[in-house]
Each structure stands twice: as C-alpha cells, then as structure tokens.
Design a protein around this ligand. Structure first.
Ligand code: C5P
Length: 417
C-alpha cells in the first residue's frame, strides 16, 4: 500500500523513445511504473525494453482477452496513484478532451478516478492550433495537470514549443502530484474556478399572449443558453437559469425558473439579484400585444386590423444600468442578419453591457440548419478591447469556451456579489 504507483500511458509520437528513461527517472523518485502503449507508440519504443526497465508486464491492446480477464482497463487505472500520459500526442489530448474511449489507453483514461498528468509532445504548429489549445483548456478545466512542452529543435526539423519535457522534470512533477494527491479511492475533484460566484443566465424565446390560445414568439430553441448554464455550473458557479418556453429539460445542478413573457422574465431576473454575472442569451420578444384578450378573438371577414403592439422592457439594459446591483459582468447576445460586428458593437455601447456575443442568424450563415434551433454557432465576441471572431463550433463548445473566458474575467476581478 505504501508503494506509490504510476500508470504510464505512452502515446505514439517520436518522444516515445524517451519512455524507458522516464520509467528509470520515476523509479529514482521511488515510484513504481506500469506501462501501457497505444498501438502507434509501439512503432517508436519496444514493449520488451519497457517490460525490463519497469519490471512489470506491458499492456498494449484493449482486445487482448487474457489481459481483460486478468486485469481489465478499469482495474489498470484503479491500481495507480497517478496516470501519466507521456508523450501526450495531439490525438490523445483530443480524445481525452472529448471523452472518447476506443482503445486501451483512452478507455483507461476515461475509467479513472485518479489524478491525471500529461506531458504533451508534438510539432509546434499542431501545438499552436486552435483545436489543440481548446482541448488543453478543456483538460485544464477538468483538473488534469499539464507539464511542458518545452521549446527546442524538433524531430521534424522545426524549432518551437512542442518538445516533450525532460524525463527527469516529468518524474519530479509526477512525484509532486502524487504527494499532493488525495489518498487512493478518493475521486479527483475537477477545477472549479467559478465556485463562490453566482451567475444568472436567460434563455429561450418569450411568448407574448394575444388571447388565451395565440401568442407572438420567435424561433429561439434555448440550446445556447442552456449549454451556457451547464458549462458555468461545471466550473463551479451557482447558476440561475431564467428561461422562456423550450422543449429542453432543466439542466442538472442549475436552479431553473420557467416563465412565458418578457415581463415575467424581467421579474424573475430581478429576484435573482445580486449576481456576479448576467448572461442574457434569451431572445426576448421586442413587442407584446398592448392588450391580451381574455376570450379567444373570433375570425372575422375584415381580418384583424387593430392588434396594437407595445414595447417590452429590455431586461439586459435594465440589469446593465441597475443603480445599486449591476452585475460585475453583463453579457448580451446579438442575433443579426447583416453587418454583424458594427450593429453588435453599437448595441454593446447602447445597452451598457460589457460583452456582446454576436451571431449571424441569416439563412446564408453557412451553418447547416441555421443558428436558430440548430446545434452549431459561429460568434464574434465583442468586448471593450475589440472583436474576436470564433470559428464555427457546436453550441456546447461555444458555451465551454465562453464559460472559460468568464472564469478568466473573474480570476482578474476579485470581488463577489
Ligand atoms: O436588441 P436585441 O434584442 O437584439 O438585443 C439582444 C440582447 O438583448 C440579448 O442579450 C437579449 O437577451 C437582450 N434583450 C433583453 N430584453 C429585451 C430584448 C433583448 O434582455 N426586451
């Protein structure tokens, strides 16, 4: 029980040739190592040399039935105090970020409740690619330790960030992580940078009644707002979601209030104050019928020629201009069909919000199924310091990235509501 154990997952990169040296260095730190090779890693390092240096069987293939019977992938990860992925290739990092599990390495990583540390190694351009950086941010938010990479000459002839850290450094970091790790059997708590923060999110459309059976509404599905509520909650925030009518289930670990009209939404939002941040993703109806009839309006030959509309309260502008309880960060959404950045930037100033998440909801946005109701989104994030275009991604990914930026904002703005 006193012997501390590392499960070393070796990815398929050129740096895998350093794995035997890494095992030696881990041993020098008093850590026993069991090696697990991905299929590609076997091209770079021999299982036999790893078996002799680790003094243990080397695990290679998910479908080796003898291994599964003797030592399943769950047991492999349970038996370790730390899982170390070195080299962590771009592919392994992407799999980890997505929770994919289609070989022994990725299955063990998904099955573990132990601390995980990765030592990335890849070509500098792969390292700098937005997809890799996004995946790393996700792993970091999941509480996974990242060591390196270092700068230097690479096997591919380029120079830059991407070389795997030296085995001695990795072994030291592994020892430190194990020393700080909770005792075996205790699940690893993911990083919660927004814990202690209260966040209000609005989502969905509003329904503005004309009579008991008819209403004015719009095509908002609520998907982006719900995804945001979940992403913020996953980072530890206390999330209050105020939503118009949608077909979606209440997100887990979020206090959800369902409303119909803009005025009810405003009231529910005001009841949540004070909050640290207000993220207004709802597509609030701009107008409502001046009078909602108590009885169903009858169809007449002359048509309906006196449906008067009055303006709804602007919830975003109301919270952003709140005299005593203005949230520290107010984020508005802007659905535009043309001149997105200029309209959105004007809106940011006019509504006195800090950020605007602007998206193209025109039919030619290039997003299959359209933004409204669809699963993808492409946004521009407008802040006081300018506009940042994001690539097309799923609404979940937009939510995760935006939640991470909100966490970064609060990391530099200390006061709580
Ligand atoms: O002016 P526009 O409706 O395009 O502004 C969109 C932003 O303002 C969104 O963040 C939306 O949630 C918010 N809004 C609001 N109350 C309204 C209208 C819009 O909170 N009545």
């Amino acid at each position: 029980m006193s012997e501390r154990r590392v499960l070393l997952i070796i990815g398929g990169g050129i740096a895998a040739y350093k794995a035997p040296e890494l095992v030696r260095q881990l041993k020098a730190q008093g850590l026993a190592t069991r090696c697990l090779l991905t299929a590609a890693a076997e091209q770079f390092v021999s299982p036999l040399s790893l078996a002799s240096v680790s003094g243990d069987k080397v695990y290679e293939n998910l479908f080796d039935l003898t291994d599964e019977a003797e030592m399943g992938h769950i047991q492999l990860s349970r038996d370790a105090d730390l899982i170390l992925v070195a080299p962590a290739t771009a592919d392994l990092i992407a799999k980890m970020a997505q929770g994919l599990a289609n070989d022994l390495a990725s299955t063990s990583l998904l099955a573990t409740d132990k601390p995980v540390m990765i030592a990335p190694a890849m070509n500098v351009r792969m390292w700098e690619h937005a997809a890799t950086q996004r995946n790393l941010a996700q792993l970091s938010a999941d509480g996974i330790g990242i060591i390196g990479p270092d700068e230097g000459d690479m096997a591919c002839g380029e120079f830059g960030l991407g070389r795997m850290s030296e085995p001695s450094e990795i072994a030291l970091a592994a020892k430190k992580a194990i020393d700080q790790a909770p005792p075996r059997q205790t699940p690893l708590q993911p990083a919660k940078p927004l814990s202690g923060r209260k966040v209000l999110v609005t989502a969905g459309p509003t329904y503005e009644p004309i009579d008991p059976v008819r209403y004015i509404a719009n095509r908002s599905s609520g998907k982006q707002g719900y995804a945001l509520a979940s992403a913020l909650s996953a980072l530890g925030a206390e999330v209050h979601l105020v939503t118009g009518p949608t077909a979606l289930n209440d997100p887990e670990n979020v206090t959800t209030t369902r409303v119909e009209t803009a005025r009810q939404m405003l009231e529910a939002c005001q009841a949540c104050l004070p909050v640290d941040a207000a993220i207004m993703a709802a597509a609030v109806a701009d107008w409502r019928p001046a009078q909602s009839q108590d009885a169903k309006i009858k169809k007449t030959k002359s048509g309906l020629d006196d449906l008067k509309l009055v303006e709804n309260p602007d919830i975003l502008a109301t919270l952003a201009a709140h005299a005593t309880q203005r949230p520290s960060l107010v984020v508005g959404f802007a659905a535009e069909t043309n001149d997105i950045e200029s309209y959105a930037s004007e809106k940011r100033v006019r509504k006195k919000c800090d950020w605007i998440v602007a998206n193209d909801v025109s039919a030619n946005s290039g997003i299959a199924g359209g933004v409204m109701g669809g699963d993808e989104n492409q946004i521009h994030l407008l802040t006081a310091s300018g506009s940042e275009p994001w690539e097309v991604m799923s609404k979940t990914d937009v939510a995760v990235k935006l939640a991470a930026q909100i966490a970064t904002y609060f990391a530099t703005h200390e006061e709580t509501a």
